[in-house]
Design a protein around this ligand. Structure first.
Ligand code: ADP
Ligand code: MG
Length: 611
């Protein structure tokens, strides 16, 4: 604990000192060099690019949705401010916030549509939107002036102030945008965005309302871009659709983020301060827009080839690895898993009615093409039990889990949880009802730390909660308690992807407990992990069960099933074959036949033989 605090505490200090010194220099520059208008202008453009890069990083770096339409928000802000200030004779600085508002509204509307697509489709659609706005700008002449553009009023302030108001306002917006992005990254909202980037389906399964998160991220990436667009329009005094909805601006933004480090906090701003001056230099030396394209293309290729993670990410990784070596790799070995099992205080009280069915599956079916993976399967899981679900490989157990948790929709049948029909609900709604699962092949968010992985789940959705601090306070305490409970307390700061398979399974259990679940579906928890860990896992399951959590356990390790589960349900070819006390199941000829029929070992159901 202390060590973690120390590490995170010292990690940020040098960065902040450098950043504050740089900020002081930027504030001082126009005052010290009032006549160097050229450099002031280059810096102004750099601040603008940084605002774009930081904003774009929220939706494309944190959330993983790569957009080429970021400059559309610049154009929308610019036109909003230009039109309002020209028509009403208002100072564009006063109107600039409305540019942000307009961009946010547009982001909300198109976000609801485009956030349904992913990958290539998403990139293409964002380019299309950018061109669409350009076309609208060109054709809505009465409002936008069409291709003739709009001319804003000239600044009225005293010439002694030069371009200072532009310079300092854009600098201010850049700082605010950066702080905003940092804040987002620390909140539960930010953790959710990273979770979506890493594994969107899984994110839904741990209660993250992915639609609302993605649209919110899109809006967050638009606001400051829109405000900056308004100020940019005033600075230019003339705007036209081709210049304002320019894909090259989007490309520069992408380039700045890739150079700095996509998904990192400082990457976009560092990238902007590299890309914009370089761009300026190529303009000066090569004098022509063609060479600028060559520069962008070449730089993009070089970055992707030689430093795919960007400068900031590469540097932080270097220091992280060094720190880890300093700490000793020992912390990653299995021995470090604690065998103590502290009492849990964070689980909610369970409804104690052992006779009722917590989960009821009625005639559920699911086919993949011609393959009937789940075939009119019915069963119940009673409150307070550890119910086993066994069957040969390919008998549809994992598919059944997918139907129950909402990863897939059944072709027919009913699924009832806590007396409510859930087969039509989103995965996150089911999670909020208290339904949690682990995966046969663990699906942790590999780029996140172990602690962030456990912090990420949401046991309910509230807008207010999005702003909750994810890295400190009650959420962190709860996650740490759960990590300690499963014995992984020492691993909080490790990257989840660095853990062994067994360790990942323990972390995934802690993660699902963060949901305060009533029913946990475990998909082959003991598969592929060593006997000591299996023992530990069995202890955890029994202990949690005594604290009121119900389990549905899919497992091939028969001694474990026979020891933990009652009742045991047997499925074969997607349907329920038998159900009963483990002793009955072991002797049931139908069951033996199912296993033998699939070519399994005769002794598989005998605990002595398999143990
Ligand atoms: P189990 O977990 O019992 O081993 P699964 O539910 O994973 O079985 O798979 C049941 C059957 O459905 C298998 O034949 C498998 O190949 C098939 N299957 C599972 N998921 C998919 C999918 N997404 N697409 C196509 N076929 C699938
Ligand atoms: Mg399976």
């Amino acid at each position: 604990m202390k060590a973690i605090e120390e590490v995170t505490g010292t990690r940020f200090k040098p960065v902040w000192i450098v950043a504050l010194l740089a900020l002081a220099a930027l504030i001082a520059f126009p005052l010290l060099q009032p006549d160097d208008i050229y450099r002031q202008n280059v810096l102004f453009q750099t601040f603008l690019l940084a605002v774009g890069a930081i904003s774009w990083n929220i939706v494309s770096g944190f959330t993983g949705y790569v957009s080429l339409g970021q400059s559309a928000f610049l154009g929308i802000g610019a036109y909003t401010v230009a039109i309002i200030s020209i028509r009403n004779g208002l100072d564009p600085f006063l109107v600039a916030p409305l540019g942000g508002l307009a961009a946010a509204l547009v982001a909300l509307v198109i976000g609801l549509i485009v956030m349904r697509t992913r990958g290539h489709a998403f990139v293409i659609i964002t380019i299309a939107l950018l061109l669409l706005f350009q076309t609208i700008g060109l054709n809505l002449g009465s409002l936008t002036g069409g291709s003739n553009g709009l001319t804003l009023p000239l600044p009225q302030w005293n010439v002694d102030y030069q371009n200072f108001p532009f310079y300092y306002s854009m600098l201010g917006i850049m700082v605010i945008t950066h702080l905003f992005s940092m804040w987002i990254r620390r909140t539960k909202f930010g953790t959710g965005l990273i979770a979506i980037r890493e594994d969107e389906q899984k994110a839904g399964g741990i209660g993250i309302h992915t639609t609302r998160y993605k649209v919110s991220a899109f809006i967050a990436s638009a606001v400051f871009m829109g405000i900056a667009g308004g100020i940019y329009a005033y600075y230019l005094t003339f705007i036209d659709p081709r210049g304002m909805f320019d894909i090259l601006v989007s490309v520069s933004i992408v380039l700045a983020v890739l150079v700095g480090g996509r998904g990192s906090i400082w990457g976009p701003i560092v990238g902007a301060f590299i890309v914009q001056p370089l761009n300026e230099a190529t303009n000066v030396y090569a004098k022509g827009s063609q060479s600028r394209l060559v520069f962008f293309g070449g730089a993009l290729m070089a970055v992707v080839l030689f430093m795919p993670d960007g400068i900031v990410t590469t540097i932080t990784r270097f220091f992280r690895d060094r720190r880890r070596r300093g700490r000793g790799v020992a912390s990653l070995v299995q021995d470090a898993i604690s065998t103590e099992r502290p009492k849990l205080t964070v689980l909610r009280d369970q409804e104690a009615d052992p006779s009722s069915a917590l989960l009821r599956v009625e005639g559920a079916s699911k086919a993949f093409g011609g393959l009937q993976a789940v075939d009119a399967c019915s069963f119940e899981v009673r409150q307070g039990t550890i119910t086993g679900l066994i069957g040969p490989n390919g008998s549809g157990k994992t598919t059944m889990f997918n139907l129950i948790t909402g990863m897939m929709t059944p072709d027919s049948g009913e699924i009832e949880f806590r007396g409510r029909r859930i087969e039509g609900l989103h995965a996150w709604d089911r999670a909020h009802l208290g339904l949690g699962r682990t995966y046969q092949i663990t699906r942790l968010f590999r780029q996140m730390t172990v602690l962030e992985n456990v912090i990420a789940p949401l046991s309910e959705f509230r807008w207010r909660q999005l702003g909750a601090d994810g890295m400190h306070g009650p959420e962190k305490d709860k996650a740490l308690e759960l990590l300690n409970y499963v014995g992984m307390g020492k691993f909080g700061e490790e990257r989840a992807g660095d853990l062994s398979f067994g360790q990942q399974k323990l972390v995934e259990l802690a993660q699902v407990l963060m949901l305060e679940p009533r029913l946990v579906l475990l998909d082959e928890p003991a598969g592929g992990i060593n006997p000591v860990l299996i023992e530990r896992l069995a202890g955890l399951i029994q202990d949690l069960n005594q604290q009121g959590i119900t389990f549905l356990l899919v497992e091939h390790n028969m001694p474990l099933v026979l020891k933990l589960c009652d009742p045991v349900i047997v499925v074969a070819r997607g349907s329920r074959l038998a159900e009963g006390h483990p002793d009955e199941i072991r002797r049931n000829p139908l069951v033996l036949d199912a296993y033998l029929g699939e070519g399994s070992d005769d002794d598989e159901l005998e605990p002595e033989a398999a143990g």
